[in-house]
Design a protein around this ligand. Sequence first.
Ligand SMILES: Nc1ncnc2c1ncn2[C@@H]1O[C@H](COP(=O)(O)OP(=O)(O)OP(=O)(O)O)[C@@H](O)[C@H]1O
Ligand SMILES: [Mg+2]
Length: 401
Amino acid sequence: MDIHEQNRYGPAESVGGSEGLEENHARSRLAAIEQALRESQVRFAGIIDSAMDAIISVDESQRVVLFNAAAERVFGCPAAEALGRPLDRFIPARYRTAHRGHVRAFARTGVTSRTMGKLGELSGLRADGREFPIEASISQTEVGGAKLFTVILRDITQRKAAEAELNRSQEELRALAARLQQAREDEALRIARELHDQLGRCLTTLKLDVGSIERGLRAGLADESGRAGLLEAAQRMGQALDETVQTVRRISAELRPGVLDDLGLSAAIEWQAKEFQKRSGVACVARLPEEDPPLSREQATALFRIFQESLTNVARHAQASTVWVHLAEEAGGRVTLEIEDDGVGLSPATLAERRTLGLLGMRERAAAFGGEVEVTGSPGRGVAVLVRMPVGAPGEEDLDR
Ligand SMILES: Nc1ncnc2c1ncn2[C@@H]1O[C@H](COP(=O)(O)OP(=O)(O)OP(=O)(O)O)[C@@H](O)[C@H]1O
Ligand SMILES: [Mg+2]
């Protein structure tokens, strides 16, 4: 009873004789205690039920005596069905015996609480029979001489899935980094070979012919045949120089098409489309905007490389007769690049298999600028690669700064 109540009912002495007085006093004290107990129970139940984690208490025979709202949600089972029944139904069958043993061993330790599953993963069993990973702690208290065990547990399905996703994407990135490194090595090897074979051959020809011209000049160009020989050498040199110029142009264009920097993305795509058509025999039809979209140099490079990678895929896998490329600027500040072929297409299984590095590399390139790549296709109906990229999105370089 609180002070206000005493005030409201006035001093107890004024009611009657001293025995009646004490009896009254005891009754009202009992009522107040009962009221306080009820309130405390309601508060306790409120706290237990508002907990985010599932809370389940069991008695010594491991029958459920408390099952909060979160437990109902997690296990998909109303408290009314759980109370008074064995805890076993929430534990996958293969763990039940071990679990009982653990709880008994825990009881013997007398430790008040500890986390569970130190030795391995824990699983719960939902009412519908599905298993799920949990994280749990157990505590024990003694009430009226009987032990009460309380398990507080959390469904960690989502966290596990997020961890698995994170691991997978890290693995993908590692594979991609290794692949980029390999690609760089391959590129260096290819260029070294071209320099050696093509340019080396041309330069050797030039050297030999310069030598023979020099010797002819020293000899004084006496006769007709001597002069004809020099003329031939000079002509060969001219050819070798033409070839050299072409080879240098080709190698440098393959490394990075100058047209991309000089004339922009549309012109570079057009150039690449023609080159591709010439080399592969697959018709390449380009539909390009009159004005280049307002992309940064890095964004244009990314789109251009995605385009090249798509063409490589068409050449390697599609057996297509035509490939269409469409670059456009959409309202709302987005650029789209679509590369579509009429080849053998893709099975959904291939599309679902996300580990292929070519497509992953395209996605990563686009993602670096807030863009995305969508690949669609079905067997016999060709493949379409659609890239969407916001214009003016910060690139990797800007972010680094
Ligand atoms: N245009 C296409 N037509 C048909 N199949 C395609 C096409 N593009 C891709 N594919 C299929 O998708 C798979 C994945 O392509 P991706 O570019 O990721 O890998 P890849 O070309 O096999 O190898 P790389 O890592 O060298 O690029 C290919 O192996 C191929 O089966
Ligand atoms: Mg590829």
